[in-house]
Ligand binder design. Structure first.
Ligand SMILES: *Cc1c(COP(=O)(O)O)cnc(C)c1O
Length: 372
C-alpha cells in the first residue's frame, strides 16, 4: 500500500466531511464551526484535514502552537486561525505576518500585542480566555470586565472573542459543567452591561456540542468528533459519526513454532500448542502501546488474532492457528474494520490504560498517512 513500508494509516477524508455535516445538524445554522486541528489534527494530518474540514463547512481553525498555525498558512489555508492559549511574545512577529489570532490569558500580553501590531501596521484580533472552573488558564471571572475595559483604550488591537473551556462536559447532565456555563453566562452579561461587544462567544468542545445545546453560543470548537471519535460513552447516542483512521500492516515474516516456544523480548509468551507466527512491521515507536503486549488483538481475514510477545519498537508478532496459510504480504488491521469485524481505537486505548485522545495522537507519530 505504501512503497517504503508495510505498515500505514489510512485516513478517510470523506469521514471527516461526513462527521462535520452530522455534527452541524445539532447546531443552529448561524453558529460558527471551529475545527480543532491541533497536534497534527489529532494525528490525522494538519493541512489535509484542514482542507477537508473547510470544504465540509468549517468556518475557522483552532490549533495549540504557533508552528501549527504557520504550517497551515504555508499549506494555503486562508480561513481564520486561532491559537487556543497564549503564545510566547517572541512569536508575535510571526503571528502578525500570518494573521494568526492569539488567545490572551495574561495582562502583560495586551501591550506586547499592541506594539507588535503597530510595527506590522495591522490591527490584531484576539480572544480572551475566562477561567470558569477547570483551573488551567484564563482570567478570573471577576477581572474580565476591568481587563477588557482597560483594553479598549489600547490601540491596534481588537477583541474578537471571549471563551472558556469545560472540565466535565463529557459527563451527561454534569453539575460542574452547568456551573461553568452559568459562570460564563454571568461574565457575558457583565460585559454587555459595560457596553463591551463580544463578536464571538464560545465554550463548547465536542462533548458540549453534543450534550449541551445551550453552550453553543456563537461558535463551537470541535476536535475529537471531527475524527469520528466520541469524547465519552455518554455522547455516543447523540450523533452518528465515523472513525476516519484505519491502521493496517502486511506480514513481513511468517513462521511456524512448536509447542512451548517463546516469542519476543523477554520471551513473555510461549506457545501452548503449535501455531503460526506472523510479524508485522509496526511497534511502539508508531504509537502501538507496549502496555498492550500480549493482550491486544488484530484482525486477519475478518477474525480476531492474539498479539503475542512484547510489542517491540518497530515490530509486533501475532499468533495464528497452525497451518493457517498466512503468507508474507497478507494484510492485517490493527485499528479499524476488516470483513465485518472491527477493532476500535477505544479498545486499543483501554489496553494501554488511556483514552482515544491520547491514542489518536500517538498513532500519528511515524506511520505514513494514506488519504483515501
Ligand atoms: C482541544 C480543545 C478543544 C477540542 O476539544 P475536543 O474535546 O477534542 O472537542 C476545544 N477547546 C479548547 C480550548 C481545546 O484546547
Amino acid at each position: 500500500m505504501t512503497d517504503n513500508r508495510w505498515a500505514w494509516c489510512e485516513i478517510d477524508l470523506s469521514a471527516i466531511d461526513y462527521n462535520i455535516r452530522q455534527i452541524r445538524k445539532l447546531m443552529q445554522p448561524k453558529t460558527q464551526f471551529m475545527a480543532v486541528i491541533k497536534a497534527d489534527a489529532y494525528g490525522h494530518g494538519l493541512v489535509e484535514v484542514a482542507r477537508a474540514a473547510y470544504v465540509a463547512g468549517a468556518d475557522r481553525f483552532g490549533v495549540a502552537t504557533v508552528d501549527e498555525a504557520v504550517k497551515l498558512r504555508l499549506g494555503g489555508v486562508r480561513a481564520p486561525i486561532q491559537i487556543l492559549s497564549e503564545p510566547p511574545v517572541t512569536a508575535l512577529p510571526l503571528l502578525m505576518e500570518h494573521d494568526i489570532i492569539p488567545t490572551i490569558t495574561n495582562r502583560s500580553f495586551f501591550g506586547e500585542l499592541s506594539r507588535a501590531a503597530q510595527r506590522a501596521k495591522k490591527v490584531a484580533k484576539y480572544h480572551l480566555k475566562v477561567e470558569t472552573g477547570m483551573n488551567r488558564i484564563g482570567f478570573h471571572p471577576h477581572d474580565v470586565v476591568s481587563v477588557l475595559s482597560e483594553a479598549r483604550s489600547i490601540p491596534h488591537i481588537e477583541l474578537e472573542g471571549v471563551f472558556t473551556h469545560f472540565a466535565t462536559a463529557d459527563v451527561a447532565g454534569d453539575w460542574d459543567a452547568r456551573n461553568q456555563l452559568r459562570t460564563f453566562g454571568e461574565v457575558l452579561r457583565q460585559l454587555e452591561q459595560a457596553d463591551i461587544t463580544v463578536p464571538i462567544r464560545h465554550c463548547a468542545n465536542t462533548a458540549a456540542t453534543m450534550l449541551i445545546p445551550e453552550s453553543h453560543y456563537d461558535m463551537v470548537r470541535v476536535g475529537i468528533g471531527l475524527y469520528g471519535l466520541h469524547p465519552s460513552e455518554d455522547t455516543v447516542d447523540t450523533v452518528k459519526i465515523e472513525p476516519a483512521r484505519t491502521v493496517k500492516a502486511q506480514a513481513i515474516y511468517v513462521k511456524s513454532v512448536a509447542m512451548g516456544e517463546g516469542v519476543g523480548y523477554g520471551l513473555t509468551w510461549s506457545s501452548y500448542k503449535p501455531c503460526d507466527i506472523a510479524t508485522l512491521p509496526l511497534g511502539y515507536a508508531d504509537g502501538i502501546p507496549r502496555l498492550a503486549s500480549n493482550s491486544m488483538e488484530v484482525l486477519y481475514r475478518g477474525k480476531r488474532m492474539e498479539q503475542v510477545g512484547r510489542v517491540c519498537m518497530d515490530q509486533l508478532m501475532v499468533a495464528l492457528p497452525a497451518n493457517s496459510g498466512v503468507a508474507v504480504g497478507d494484510e492485517f488491521v490493527i485499528v479499524g474494520e476488516q470483513d465485518g469485524a472491527k477493532i476500535t481505537l477505544e479498545e486499543l486505548s483501554a489496553h494501554a490504560q488511556t483514552i482515544n485522545y491520547e491514542m489518536t495522537c500517538r498513532l500519528g507519530q511515524r506511520l505514513e498517512k494514506v488519504y483515501v
